[in-house]
Design a protein around this ligand. Structure first.
Ligand SMILES: Cc1cc2nc3c(=O)[nH]c(=O)nc-3n(C[C@H](O)[C@H](O)[C@H](O)COP(=O)(O)OP(=O)(O)OC[C@H]3O[C@@H](n4cnc5c(N)ncnc54)[C@H](O)[C@@H]3O)c2cc1C
Length: 440
């Protein structure tokens, strides 16, 4: 059984940045394990980077202050700035245009955040990962290796039982950094139960992805690539926000086996005529059901059932009239639907049939406000895809170094509730690396 000082589970931004920092801090005998044969995690997804302490992570959760977050963001930029195809797309100061937009948003009861943003595009993802791997001189990659179980052997030693295709293998380490991302979140929750690692349920975000002719949104996305509008609805007092805007982008479908979710991205070189973005409603549960995962998955499965195994898409024109969208009228010029050609693979139908009423109320109220801030969003041709769900729900209480209650097990990234995006995941990886280095 091969023995390491540190085993990192997951080669996404959390795992890769942790490894870069561990090497920088002089540690060795490090390996990154990933079930995929190419080490990247979500770094192959679009690559919008939000450099703002209010976006993509929670400074309270990471137990850092704003100054520490900004210092780490600077350090991440220093790593990325030498990758030529990662370019800044939103600048902090834009001739007063951003503050004008914030003022219009405030008039309509919305908070507006324009983070400094960089972007590399899905088509540059592999080159970016190869570039980041270039920083790692000593770290070993155990790829195509799925961690099945973690066992505590004795004080300061863990055994990881893994599958490499049909082959079984095991590795030993003194420290584990679990950064399994959203795709590994439920697996790690089961491991946590076995190892008595403390965890609980946090909120999830449930909503839709809008796709519209980009001419309606260009005036805004030309000054801020990925604008964040945050609404508190008057009917239910719930929080709804825009998320992950992709000017000239595509709607993507993620397959989870017994359900599918929508998402979006954009390429660096080839643009579509559309813009897409998510509008999501934060949902927290208490009694008698606190398991937000279970709730979110049931919603997703309802869409899967009604959409014949695909997400559902509905034109705003149909939604307003209270009727389903159908294949026969989906591109009807009489209804002005030809203005936006769908890029996502979804079934025309009725999103209100599968989404809880409270969430529909919140989304519709927010959309009406957004249409006042950016007129044209509610053009009849605009497409509403559902479900878009962000499962950031399993939360692991840790100390300020992201070590769990089990000494030697650290956590980072989206799958453990420490981030909600690439920059946040990288920051959490860096914090964990610093914590591991402190222990020597
Ligand atoms: C379509 C799409 C577009 C996105 N666009 C953006 C964007 O523009 N900007 C942004 O900031 N964020 C974006 N995101 C989110 C972003 O990808 C994540 O926030 C980020 O990748 C999280 O990083 P992570 O390191 O926590 O996990 P991940 O990047 O998900 O990496 C986790 C890794 O762990 C591995 N793993 C899991 N379980 C195991 C196991 N048992 N054994 C071995 N390996 C395992 C997985 O294979 C994976 O490679 C997007 C996501 C999607 C799906």
């Amino acid at each position: 059984m091969k023995n390491y000082n540190i085993l990192i589970i997951g080669s996404g931004p959390a795992g890769l940045f942790a490894a870069i920092w561990l090497e920088k801090l002089g540690l060795d005998k490090i390996a990154i394990i990933d079930r995929n044969s190419y080490p990247a995690g979500g770094l192959l997804n679009d690559g919008k980077l939000n450099f703002d302490y209010r976006v993509g992570f929670d400074i309270d959760e990471l137990q850092i202050d704003r100054a520490a977050a900004e210092k780490m963001m600077q350090e991440i930029k220093q790593v990325l700035i030498r990758f030529p195809r990662c370019r800044q797309v939103t600048f902090i100061d834009n001739n007063g245009k951003l503050s004008a937009l914030a003022a219009i948003a405030a008039e309509h009861g919305a908070q507006f955040i324009a983070p400094e943003q960089w972007h590399w595009g899905t088509d540059n993802g592999k080159a970016l990962v190869d570039y980041l791997r270039g920083y790692l001189k000593k770290t070993e990659f155990l790829l195509g290796t799925e961690v099945a179980a973690i066992e505590r052997l004795e004080k300061n030693a863990f055994r990881l039982s893994c599958l490499q295709g049909p082959k079984k293998s095991s590795f030993k380490a003194s420290v584990i950094l679990a950064a399994p991302g959203r795709s590994g979140a439920y697996w790690f929750r089961d491991v946590a139960k076995e190892l008595n690692i403390r965890h609980n349920f946090g909120p999830i975000d449930v909503g839709i992805r809008l796709e519209l002719n980009r001419t309606f949104y260009d005036s805004t996305t030309d000054i801020v690539y990925n604008p964040k509008f945050i609404f508190t609805t008057s009917r239910h007092g719930d929080k709804v926000r825009t998320f992950c805007t992709n000017p000239g982008g595509r709607v993507r479908v993620e397959n989870y086996g017994d359900f599918k979710l929508v998402n979006g991205d954009a390429l660096f070189r080839k643009k579509t005529k559309n813009t897409n973005f998510a509008l999501i409603n934060t949902v927290a549960l208490t009694k008698p059901l606190s398991d937000t995962t279970e709730f979110g998955q049931r919603i997703a499965k309802q869409f899967f059932l009604l959409g014949g195994g695909k997400p559902i898409v509905q034109r705003i024109g149909d939604f307003r009239e209270g009727r389903r969208s159908s294949l026969t009228t989906f591109n009807s010029a009489t209804r002005h639907f030809e203005v936006c050609k769908a890029t996502g693979n979804a079934t025309p139908g009725d999103i209100t049939l599968a989404m809880p009423a409270r969430i529909i109320d919140n989304l519709w109220e927010s959309l009406k406000a957004l249409d006042k801030i950016i007129p044209g969003i509610l053009h009849p041709s605009t497409l509403l895809y559902a479900p878009e769900i962000k499962f950031f729900d399993t939360h692991f209480p840790t100390d300020s170094h992201l070590e769990t209650n089990i000494k030697g097990i650290f956590v980072a990234g989206d799958g453990t509730g420490k981030s909600r995006g690439i920059v946040g995941a990288a920051i959490s990886g860096i914090i964990a690396a610093q914590g591991i280095a402190r222990q020597g």
